[in-house]
Design a protein around this ligand. Structure first.
Ligand code: HEM
Length: 486
C-alpha cells in the first residue's frame, strides 16, 4: 500500500503490541507521510494522520479530556434530544407513503448536532433536508441561506457563520479526497490544476474562517476572565452555557470552549492547534455516526422482533413521553446490545492501520522490519465463529451480561483499541442511544426495498450511500401499566 510493505492481521491474539494502550507505544501512527497529507496540514496537526508524535500526544489529551467527562455526555444528551425533537417535528409533515432518504436525514442530523457540540453554531442542515423532502407542501417556511446559490468563495462573508462553515466543510471533504487519492504528479495537469487551485483556496478560506472564529471565542473567554475548570452544572447545561465563576456574561459550553479553557499546566493551545482538532471532530464524528444509525435502522427493519424488544426496554426505562437523561443511558442494555451487534456485523471501520518507522515487530514468531504498515482486519475478526457463534446472524443478545469476559481482549473493537482508539466513542454511543430511544418510541421504519443489501461504500471507512424508508408513526397502547407496541 502506498509503496510500503503491508501486512494484514486477522487474529485478535496478535494485536497486543499494535493495540498497545501505552502513550510510549511505537505504534502511534497509522500510515507514512503522503504528499497530500502535507497539503491538507494533517501531517503535523490533529490526530488521525499526525506523524508528529509529541504534537499528537498533546492533541490527544485535549480530545480525551473534553469528550469524556460526564458534563460533556450530559451536554451531548441534551443537544441530541433537541435535534431529535426538531427532526421529528419536520417528519410530522412527511406522508407515510413517501419514500424518505433516511441516510440524508441522519447526515443532516449529525451535522447540525456536531455544529452545536463542536462550535456552538448550529447549521441549517435539517431545515434544508426538510425543504428538500417536503417541497411546496412544507408547513414551516424558512429563509435558508442555502437557497443562495453562489460558489464564489469571496462572497461567503455575506452569509451567517453556520452557513459559511457548512459550505466550506462540504467542499473540504472533496478537497481531502482529492489530495489523498490523486497522486501529486497529476495535480498540475491542465484540468486537475484548476481543481487543485480551487481546493487550495477552500483550505485557505476554511482555515481563515476557523482561526477567526477561534480567536473571537478565545477573546470572549479571556474578556470574561473565565477561570473555572471544565466541570459544568446541570443548570448551566440546561441553559447551554458555561457560567463563568464570576458574575458577567456567558460563554457557550461546547467542545471549542472546553479546548480553550482546559487547565493544563503545560499547554496553551494556539488557534492553529485547535483548528485541525475541530475539523477532525466533524470529519470523524458525522459520517461514522450517520452510517451506524443507518445500519441499526436497516437491521431493525429486517428483525421486527428485535425492534419490539428494544422499544419495550426504551418504554420501560423512559416511558412514552419523558425526555431521556444521561443517567438513563446505562439502563438501556438491550439497546446497547443492538448497536454493538450492528457494529459487529457491519463495522464502520472494517480495517484500521498501524505503522512505525522506528522498530521491528514480532508477530507469531515472524519478524517485520520498520516501515511495515499493519492493516488490522476488524471485519474479519468480528465475523469469526471462533469468537461469535453463528457469526452471520444478527443477535444482540450476545452482548448481554458479562460478554467481555468470554471474548479475547481484542475480538470486538468497533472503536479500535489502545492509544489510537476512537476518542469520540462515548459521545458516539451517547448520540446513537439517545436518537434510538427518542425516535423509536414514536416512529418505526419500513424499508422501501427490503431485499436490497445495505448500500455501503468503502472509503477507508464504510459510508452509507443510500437508505430509503417509509416513516410510520408507532401506535402504543397502555395495557395494565405496560406499554403494548402495536
Ligand atoms: C459510530 C461512531 C464512530 C465509530 C464507529 C468510530 C470508529 C473509530 C475507529 C475504528 C477509529 C480508529 C481506532 C483505531 O485505529 O484503533 C476511530 C478514530 C478516531 N475517531 Fe472515531 N468513531 C466514531 C465516532 C467518532 C466521533 C463522534 C468522533 C469525534 C467526536 C470521533 C473521532 C475520532 C478521532 C479523532 C479518531 C482518531 C484518533 C487518533 O488517531 O488518535 N469518532 N474512530
Amino acid at each position: 500500500m502506498f509503496g510500503f510493505r503491508t501486512v494484514l492481521v486477522g487474529d485478535p491474539n496478535f494485536l497486543k503490541d499494535l493495540f498497545s494502550p501505552s502513550v510510549h507505544s511505537p505504534f502511534l501512527r497509522r500510515i507514512p507521510l503522503l504528499p497530500g497529507f502535507k497539503e491538507l496540514g494533517m501531517d503535523k496537526e490533529g490526530l488521525l494522520l499526525n506523524l508528529d508524535i509529541p504534537k499528537w500526544r498533546h492533541n490527544r489529551k485535549f480530545f480525551q479530556q473534553s469528550l469524556s467527562p460526564p458534563s460533556f455526555i450530559e451536554l451531548s444528551t441534551l443537544y441530541t434530544r433537541e435535534c431529535c425533537e426538531e427532526m421529528m417535528t419536520y417528519w410530522d409533515d412527511v406522508k407515510n407513503t413517501q419514500v424518505v432518504r433516511l441516510d440524508e436525514w441522519y447526515r443532516a442530523f449529525t451535522s447540525d448536532m456536531m455544529g452545536l457540540v463542536a462550535a456552538g453554531s448550529k447549521e441549517d442542515s435539517l431545515k434544508i433536508q426538510y425543504k428538500k423532502t417536503v417541497g411546496n407542501n412544507a408547513k414551516f417556511s424558512f429563509n435558508l441561506e442555502s437557497d443562495i446559490l453562489d460558489d464564489d468563495l469571496n462572497n461567503l462573508k455575506n452569509l451567517s457563520n453556520g452557513e459559511q462553515y457548512r459550505r466550506l466543510r462540504s467542499d473540504y471533504s472533496d478537497a481531502v479526497a482529492f489530495f489523498v487519492f490523486i497522486p501529486k504528479f497529476i495535480w498540475n495537469l491542465p484540468w486537475f490544476s484548476k481543481k487543485c487551485n480551487y481546493f487550495r483556496q477552500v483550505l485557505l478560506s476554511l482555515s481563515e474562517f476557523e482561526i477567526k472564529f477561534i480567536k473571537e471565542r478565545k477573546a470572549m473567554i479571556e474578556e470574561q476572565k473565565y477561570i473555572s475548570s471544565t466541570t459544568l452544572s446541570t443548570n448551566d447545561i440546561n441553559k447551554n452555557i458555561i457560567s463563568p465563576n464570576w458574575s458577567g456574561t456567558k460563554v457557550r459550553s461546547d467542545f471549542l470552549t472546553m479546548l480553550l479553557t482546559m487547565n493544563n499546566d503545560d499547554s496553551n493551545p494556539s488557534p492553529e492547534d485547535i483548528k485541525q482538532n475541530i475539523r477532525e471532530m466533524f470529519g470523524a464524528g458525522t459520517g461514522t455516526t450517520t452510517t451506524a444509525l443507518c445500519i441499526v435502522t436497516y437491521l431493525l427493519a429486517k428483525h421486527p422482533e428485535v425492534e419490539k424488544r428494544m422499544v419495550k426496554e426504551i418504554l420501560s426505562v423512559i416511558g412514552p413521553t419523558k425526555n431521556i437523561g444521561s443517567y438513563d443511558l446505562s439502563k438501556l442494555v438491550y439497546t446497547e446490545g443492538v448497536i454493538y451487534e450492528a457494529m459487529r456485523l457491519y463495522p464502520i471501520a472494517p480495517i484500521t492501520f498501524r505503522y512505525t518507522p522506528d522498530v521491528s515487530t514480532q508477530i507469531d514468531g515472524y519478524n517485520f522490519p520498520p516501515n511495515t504498515i499493519f492493516g488490522i482486519n476488524l471485519a474479519h475478526i468480528q465475523r469469526n465463529e471462533k469468537y461469535f457463534k453463528d457469526p452471520e446472524i444478527f443477535n444482540p443478545e450476545r452482548f448481554l451480561g458479562n460478554w467481555r469476559a468470554t471474548l479475547p481482549t481484542f475480538a470486538f473493537s468497533p472503536f479500535g483499541q489502545g492509544m489510537k482508539s476512537c476518542p469520540g466513542k462515548h459521545f458516539a454511543m451517547t448520540e446513537t442511544k439517545v436518537i434510538l430511544a427518542t425516535i423509536y418510541r414514536k416512529y418505526t421504519f419500513k424499508l422501501v426495498k427490503p431485499k436490497d443489501p445495505l448500500h455501503l461504500k468503502f472509503n477507508l471507512v464504510n459510508d452509507i450511500t443510500k437508505l430509503e424508508v417509509f416513516l410510520e408513526k408507532r401506535k402504543l397502547e397502555l395495557l395494565s401499566r405496560n406499554w403494548m407496541i402495536t
